[in-house]
Design a protein around this ligand. Structure first.
Ligand SMILES: Cc1cc2nc3c(=O)[nH]c(=O)nc-3n(C[C@H](O)[C@H](O)[C@H](O)COP(=O)(O)OP(=O)(O)OC[C@H]3O[C@@H](n4cnc5c(N)ncnc54)[C@H](O)[C@@H]3O)c2cc1C
Length: 477
């Protein structure tokens, strides 16, 4: 946090202080940091309701983990902007649907990320959107709504004005092709996915990443939740792969891996055995070069998971050295794995790396402390709230016995403590880790939270009130 018109860089030892004037290049009613599902929907909704909106995004398109990060998993629309997105992706030909007919033998295959536990040969439907195409559609939607979307622009700092009670943000500092610029606004929306705006503005949060303070996963075993880099390969002949798994009696490709390791094609440091159930996602989740993939975008194209090894316990969201280490290591792992697959695994002879996510996604970043922190007890108790943002929702929680609960989410968990004019979205909501992870940070919900935040911001602008004064008394969804 810095004083107005100053930009201070802090490094660990020795410190240097850089001071310079930063011109205010834009002013808007609503300023959104990050264009993931949360920031995207917030900007869109606020602009559609008449607010002037500037959105900053460091990459070249909206969509966050789901486009720039190549996640791409699509769902049936849950209403509002999310449903509209699914319809527009479909209309532009960017939805790809895999079923037991397009991918016979996929359900129950141990290499399948999502369908591995299904009955072999059973029916399944796996919808994805083409991340690059989806990013184009989302960019168009922002353009149509009149959002000033600044791509290639990184949020750097928040200029905070001290109040007698709470503080408020007067402007943010960004860095882009023009150098450092200031963007002044009335309401600021946190859409960075890792609560960067919260941290720079001095609002309170619990640090994410690494070992979890709560200790245990759904099965009672303590472990961190690593970040991950998704990548795609095209030209895979899955039927040939499946035939090999069966004829060689090598469902997990262990024989091929042993062969490659013996030939020096799988360096020991890279080889990571499966964790046999000892991790949040069960048996497959981590482990390169073991395959963990899902169909995406087109026939013969699959998205593959490459995760940071658990034991590294990196803090990629707030430690640049950890961040760089993860990026270096995962690119190297992908290269080794791609070479292994092409050389040793039937069905991959003509496969090629067709994409690597623009960033290593953080699954467990900072958790802001809001005016209310949604916790597992709220969920288990089915607690109701006067400021519920949706009608009661039912979701399966890993923690709490891996069963379904029906519950509500209050608007107060969109409002960070200490800062008056900020609204949270997406993975940056004020949820404790056990309620956020796996459940309340999925694509549909993050889009919904953005839409709710954008709605609230626009109403506050209309009524000239602060978000904390806004009475959220009718569920939005
Ligand atoms: C590896 C991984 C796999 C996942 N798999 C699934 C899944 O299978 N299904 C599912 O539903 N969910 C999945 N998730 C969770 C889901 O993707 C996230 O919870 C969701 O994308 C969060 O949305 P968001 O809008 O809060 O942030 P994000 O999607 O993280 O988007 C944040 C955006 O802000 C931008 N940004 C960040 N910092 C700055 C800055 N300083 N300046 C400018 N721009 C900035 C980023 O570039 C990005 O575009 C996964 C997450 C990860 C990391």
């Amino acid at each position: 946090m810095t004083a107005a018109n100053e930009f201070t860089t802090e490094v660990q030892r020795p410190a240097i202080v850089v001071k310079r004037d930063v011109p205010i290049a834009y002013e808007a009613d609503v300023v959104v940091v990050g264009a993931g599902p949360g920031g995207f929907a917030a900007a869109l909704q606020a602009a559609r309701m008449g607010a002037s909106v500037v959105l900053v995004e460091r990459f070249d398109m909206p969509g966050g983990v789901h486009t720039s990060g190549l996640q791409g998993s699509a769902d049936i629309g849950v209403g509002g902007i999310h449903t509209e997105l699914m319809q527009r992706f479909a209309a532009d030909g960017y939805i790809y649907t895999a079923t037991e007919h397009t991918h016979p033998g996929w359900a129950g295959n141990p290499l399948s990320h999502y369908e591995r536990n299904k009955e072999p040969g059973s029916a399944f439907t796996r919808m994805t959107f083409n991340p690059e195409g989806a990013g184009c559609v989302m960019a168009n939607m922002l353009q149509e709504a009149g959002v000033t979307a600044l791509y290639g622009t990184s949020f750097v700092d928040a200029i905070v004005t001290r109040g007698t009670g709470n503080d408020s943000i007067s402007a943010i500092v960004v860095e882009n092709a023009s150098g450092l610029q200031g963007i002044a606004g009335k309401i600021f929306i946190e859409g960075s996915g890792t609560s960067e705006l919260v941290a720079r503005a001095g609002a309170p949060f619990v640090r994410g990443g690494g070992g979890q303070p709560e200790g245990t996963g759904w099965d009672g075993v303590e472990r961190p939740i690593p970040g991950g880099l998704l990548w795609t390969m095209s030209g895979i002949d899955f039927q040939k792969l499946a035939a090999h798994q069966e004829s060689a009696k090598d469902p997990l490709l262990h024989k091929l891996m042993a062969e490659a390791a013996a030939s020096g094609d799988l360096p020991e440091a890279v080889y990571r055995p499966r964790m046999a159930g000892k991790n949040v996602y069960g048996d497959a989740y981590i482990g390169h070069p073991t395959l963990d993939m899902s169909p995406i975008a087109a026939d013969g194209t699959y998205v593959l998971w490459q995760n940071v090894p658990y034991e590294w316990a990196l803090h990629m969201d707030d430690d640049a050295a950890d961040h760089a280490k993860a990026k270096r290591a995962l690119r190297a792992f992908i290269n080794v794995e791609a070479k292994f697959l092409r050389k040793y695994v039937p069905g991959f002879e003509n496969a090629t790396v067709s994409g690597i996510g623009r960033f290593v996604g953080v699954r467990d970043g900072r958790h802001p402390i809001g005016e209310y922190v949604v916790n597992l007890d709220d969920v288990k108790a089915g607690r109701t709230f006067r400021d519920a943002v949706t009608k009661p929702m039912t979701k399966t929680f890993f923690w709490g016995g891996h069963r379904k609960y029906t519950f509500e989410v209050p608007f107060r968990c969109f409002l960070p403590k200490r800062i008056d004019n900020m609204i949270l979205t997406g993975a940056s909501l004020s949820f404790e880790y056990k309620t956020l992870f796996m459940v309340m940070r999925n694509f549909p919900w993050c889009t919904q939270t953005g839409e709710i935040a954008g709605f609230a911001a626009a109403r506050c602008i209309e009524r000239k009130i602060k978000p904390k004064e806004f009475e959220f008394n009718t569920p939005y969804f």
